[in-house]
Design a protein around this ligand. Structure first.
Ligand SMILES: NC(=O)c1ccc[n+]([C@@H]2O[C@H](COP(=O)([O-])OP(=O)(O)OC[C@H]3O[C@@H](n4cnc5c(N)ncnc54)[C@H](OP(=O)(O)O)[C@@H]3O)[C@@H](O)[C@H]2O)c1
Length: 311
């Protein structure tokens, strides 16, 4: 297909939002480039970015770092909702920034209430026919919104927020994806770092770090999150693994998940996360983690998404 064999994404992908440099506090481009390179050297082929990350800068960094190995990398990016006439031009900008002729996976980043989602899907299918994108994804869509775009094209992937603390998509979205052969890719897989277990009773963030507004860090919610993470840590200690390893492997073990995106800001973080795939972790560890967060679920505000963002 399109001259290059269709690559499959590796089970662990590098989430490149923190590398965009504008929403996670200060981030140095040299660290970002080294992180992408380290991920590739350590066997990750899946790189997830978006036009919105650093207003294009995230895509530029991914393009620059992966240019020498482009045909061995699975590059995914996202565009925000726009009228269908604008899609081709916007994607041309992404192609340029990513230094590529074809995007392995292009997502509609967020649905838009009242927007012509099916029209946008039609425009993306045209790009697939033209050979500019290989797969089409949606992200943060409800079942009804998926059904709407499925009238105009084929959804290959749904990227959604899923981790052992945030499991609301188990109710409808993930079962719908399984039923319709839509692959699921997870974001916020470490709950924005919470599932490394590194935050204390009062997390503190740089002024430009969006996490201070994220639902799980809200002051009414955080104490229960912290308490739950302490219980998860005990399970991880007994399994003799870092909590981040257990959290990533808990996701890998779920049915229908093709790739788990973990964001990293430094080469050391990415190496630590790659190690999560080493060795076996007994199923009983995952069952114990699930039981702990079954008890936590009733305490989470049913806000739809962790950003309380409703475009
Ligand atoms: N489709 C969407 O709407 C959407 C939304 C969100 C994310 N995403 C995608 O999914 C990817 C993953 O989600 P995410 O990056 O938001 O959250 P995440 O993967 O849950 O957490 C990433 C953050 O956790 C910390 N971290 C990661 N590995 C660590 C380690 N080994 N040790 C210590 N800290 C570590 C780092 O931040 P600190 O060091 O600063 O703590 C890192 O930036 C994103 O990068 C993006 O590509 C998509």
């Amino acid at each position: 297909m399109n001259g290059i064999a269709k690559l499959q994404p590796t089970p662990l992908g590098l989430g490149c939002w923190p590398l965009g440099g504008d929403q996670w506090g200060r981030q140095d481009d040299r660290d970002s480039l080294a992180t992408i390179q380290r991920a590739f050297e350590e066997g990750i082929n899946h790189f997830d970015t978006a036009q919105a990350y650093g207003r294009g800068h995230g895509e530029e960094l991914v393009g620059k770092a992966l240019h020498p190995v482009r045909d061995k990398a699975f590059v995914a990016t996202k565009i925000l909702y726009m009228p269908k006439e604008k899609v081709e031009k916007e994607v041309a900008f992404s192609l340029k920034r990513l230094q590529t002729e074809i995007i392995d996976l292009l997502y509609i980043h967020w649905p838009k209430k009242g927007g012509d989602l099916a029209g946008m899907m039609e425009a993306m299918e045209r790009l697939r026919e033209k050979g500019q994108i290989r797969r089409i994804g949606v992200s943060n869509f409800s079942v009804a919104q998926m059904q709407e775009v499925m009238k105009a094209g084929k959804i290959d992937v749904h990227q959604l927020c899923y981790n052992v603390l945030w499991r609301r998509e188990e109710r409808e979205t993930i079962p719908f994806c399984r039923q319709h052969g839509i692959s699921v890719i997870t974001y916020s897989s470490l709950a924005e770092g919470i599932l490394t277990g590194k935050f204390g009773k009062e997390p503190d963030f740089a002024p430009s770090d969006h996490r201070k507004y994220t639902l799980l860090f809200e002051k009414e919610v955080w104490p229960k999150v912290h308490e739950t993470v302490e219980k998860l840590k005990s399970i991880a200690i007994e399994a003799k693994r870092p909590l981040a390893h257990c959290a990533i492997r808990w996701l890998v073990a779920q049915d229908g998940i093709v790739s788990v995106l973990a964001g990293s800001r430094t080469p050391d973080q990415v190496s630590g996360n790659v190690k999560s795939l080493e060795g076996t972790i007994d199923q009983s560890v995952f069952r114990a983690m699930t039981a702990v967060t079954d008890d936590f679920a009733p305490f989470i505000p049913d806000a739809g998404n962790i950003f309380r963002w409703y475009p």
